[in-house]
Ligand binder design. Structure first.
Ligand SMILES: [Zn+2]
Length: 193
């Protein structure tokens, strides 16, 4: 556990301090009156299981070279994004301001509300379902979640779910490798700081 300080959020701009800001075209306005009620945690690697390359950023910017890999070809034309991408080293890229709608959850439901993108913040961790996530990723995620809860009081402490929880049967990320108890401990430690 490295970070003991919540991430600062600029609510006016909807941006997280310390993240590199890389605006994605894959965003639009949340529905009128929608509040931010949920955080959705994802895992992604491009190609699946490979880390460290430029491809996730390229995907969220609609610049993935579809011809370069059979997996890329299999998702050709896909237009997706997340608010924040946390790399293996814990560094963060922000693609969509928090007040806007990122395109991360797809067909989904949470507590009988559908279309989770309307009311959620999507955070992608660079990873794979069966590969342990890095300590720096838990630290960065906990700091970000703590900062978001402070900045957006509509985010209740239990309003955090995996993509697999809001799209069961369709999505498996962040996978069994994601240690929810560890995230909880790190958030508790931040709360005591
Ligand atoms: Zn996902």
């Amino acid at each position: 556990m490295t970070s003991r300080v919540a991430c600062q959020i600029d609510v006016g701009r909807g941006l997280a301090e310390g993240a590199r800001h890389v605006p994605s075209p894959n965003q639009d306005a949340r529905p009128p009156g929608a509040s931010i009620d949920l955080i959705v945690v994802h895992g992604i690697g491009l190609p699946p299981g490979e880390f460290g390359g430029p491809w996730v950023e390229a995907l969220f910017l609609n610049r993935l070279p579809w011809e370069q890999h059979p997996f890329f070809k299999s998702i050709e034309g896909l237009k997706v994004s997340a608010h924040v991408f946390v790399r293996r080293d814990g560094s963060m890229l922000q693609f969509v301001p928090f007040h806007a709608r990122a395109w991360h959850a797809g067909a989904s439901s949470w507590r009988s509300r559908t279309a989770c993108n309307d009311f959620s913040i999507g955070i992608e961790l660079e990873g794979a379902d069966e590969v342990p996530y890095e300590p720096g990723q838990y630290a960065a995620l906990a700091a970000l979640v703590a900062g978001l809860r402070r900045a957006y009081p509509t985010l209740a402490p239990d309003a955090i779910a995996g993509h697999s929880d809001v799209a069961p049967g369709r999505k498996t990320d962040p996978g069994p490798a994601f240690d929810w108890a560890r995230l909880g401990r790190e958030l508790e430690a931040l709360g005591r700081a």
